[in-house]
Design a protein around this ligand. Sequence first.
Ligand code: NSS
Length: 434
Amino acid sequence: MGVGRLVNTRELRDLSEGEEVVVRGWVYRWRDLGKRVFIVVRDAYGIVQVVASKDYTDSMSFKVAREASIESSVIVEGIVRRDKRAPGGVEIRAKKINLVHKAEEFPIKGGEGIDFLLDNRHLWIRSRRLTAVWRLRQNLFNAFREFFHKEGYFEVSPPMLTQAAVEGGATLFKVDFFGRPAYLTQSAQFYLEVMIFSLEKVWTLAPSFRAERSRTRRHLYEYWHLEAEAAWSRMDDMMDLVSRLVAYTVNRVLETSQEELSILGRNTELLEPARKPAYPRIMYEEAIDILKRKGVDVKYGDDLGADEERVLTSEFETPFYITLFPLELKSFYMKEDESNPGLALAFDLLAPEGVGEIVGGSEREDDYEKLKNRIISRGYNVEDYNWYLDLRRYGSVPHSGFGLGVERLIMWIAGLDHIRDTIPFPRFRDRIYP
Ligand code: NSS
């Protein structure tokens, strides 16, 4: 009799009763009932129950089955049995079990505290819940790539080591670059702005670094930043693009990741309204009015923090925009609205359910003198920005762009209440765990 076909636990679900298969993975659960041993094996896609019995498992393998420990690696040869009670609707009757490595006692048993789990992040990442997040993350990344390809954007590769601040000096990580200072990038924006003069519409997905002083459940020191920039694009065009992107992503995740969302206990009903890219837009001034009406102690000119954002999100069932902020609240490169002097052509997109800001974007100042004056009035060193100013000297064009925090988007879509579980190795406390 030949050896069965090697399949993963996802492929297994479509196989018929009696097929011979080989499955490999790690022991997830294990129960010895004397005559029979039940081993739940997990792989990248899920779990399957393997049954070893004196009746059909060879005697060496049966012995192995009894000795297997949690997280041992195994290769199982056996026969598919369809059984409604088994997870995934199938189980395997083992003929042979090869114990590739017998695991020592696994330190994570359930019920451990967060510090212990973070110290053991390299082991914790195997959990069923976290594995579901990684698969969802993959589906999300695929959706980004599909989307920008359809929209005719070029993917570009900006540097992570940079010379100057994009989003202000306060959150810069300094690096010793052969005796001179350099910084870890906060945003690829300036490099994307350079690239539009070559490719017009560009995007990138790369890490950004922020030495945040605020330690919250939605801040990382290192996060993945999805950014795009387009020549000839005004603020409204860019908001339309962001709406299409977010709606496309939500639709794709709902199509591809039902199982992951269900493992995570996500109520997907709450995502339904976001499938259509028609997200409300309110002005900063209206946001302040709403907050006042709700009894929040704010005044015009205040920055909106996590608490204010949370209150605002309770007003909407879909992501929504806040636009036209006072110039001084926003970054120096944002264009002033000619019909609303003092206001920036800037937008934030906030996700509902308390998540808050997931996207920040704007139309860029494209006039050389105005931009130079902004740099000076903010107290920055013009020398550092000469190359950025050059873009306003040779064929300047109206242009806009945005940045989306991937982990924040995952928090919302997956319904996670802390950002640390959206990324395998979170950088979020003042020490580096594995
Ligand atoms: O600072 S942003 O609001 N905007 C920029 O960096 C622009 N230069 C992007 C651009 O126009 N190309 O950051 C953009 C998004 C923000 O909305 C968050 O979703 C996310 O980046 N972000 C973060 N996510 C996780 N952790 C931290 N610390 C963080 N900071 C920003």
